[in-house]
Design a protein around this ligand. Structure first.
Ligand SMILES: [Zn+2]
Ligand SMILES: [Zn+2]
Ligand SMILES: [Zn+2]
Length: 182
């Protein structure tokens, strides 16, 4: 029996770093398209571009799988005069029922905490009205709320996932894949 899965060309999201501050979305789109050889089998769409802490810009780019794999393998793409670093966006699965990481709601075997405050983890109010102390249910510890990128459990998972995605590409591994607040 043949169990064929239809191949949907799914988009993936990448981040392009080190973009010159003077360049626009269109410039970035064009440059990435150019570096891919302007082939029709590639789709490139810059969904947002924003200033980074180092005075350059970071673009969030939706590309189809073919284009994405090429760019991630290259590790860099020339935009303007600069070879800009390419990073695949790493997504950490988050369960909104038990508020822990690594699985989704429908796979959850944990307790239902979806009615609890995301900040202090107590019932009866929402995070925006919270007077309590930050408490993370994933760590079972105070100091940061449940939805924080500061959470050490979140950071650990991010590290593991970034590393496992880089196996095919040993070069350019000395740049940290920073979590981003979006
Ligand atoms: Zn869960
Ligand atoms: Zn609270
Ligand atoms: Zn935590």
């Amino acid at each position: 029996m043949e169990n064929r899965v239809s191949l949907v060309s799914k988009d993936i999201t990448i981040h392009v770093l080190d973009i010159d501050a003077a360049l626009t979305k269109e410039d970035v789109e064009k440059a990435i398209g150019h570096s891919l050889g302007n082939s029709r089998s590639h789709t490139v769409k810059v969904s947002s571009i924003r200033p980074s802490r180092d005075g350059n810009q970071i673009a969030t780019v939706q590309v189809n799988k073919v284009a994405g794999n090429i760019l991630i393998k290259l590790g860099k793409v020339k935009i303007g005069w600069v070879g800009c670093r390419v990073r695949e966006r790493v997504e950490i699965t988050r369960c909104f029922k038990c508020l822990e990481f690594g699985h989704r709601r429908h796979e959850c075997k944990g307790a239902d905490k979806s009615n609890l405050c995301l900040k202090c983890n107590q019932p009866g109010h929402k995070a925006k009205d919270c007077q309590g102390k930050d408490f993370c249910p994933a760590c079972r510890d105070t100091g940061h709320p449940a939805d924080s990128t500061k959470c050490p459990k979140f950071r650990e998972l991010l590290k593991v996932q970034s590393a496992s995605r880089r196996v095919s590409k040993e070069a350019n591994t000395n740049h940290e894949n920073q979590p981003h607040e979006e």
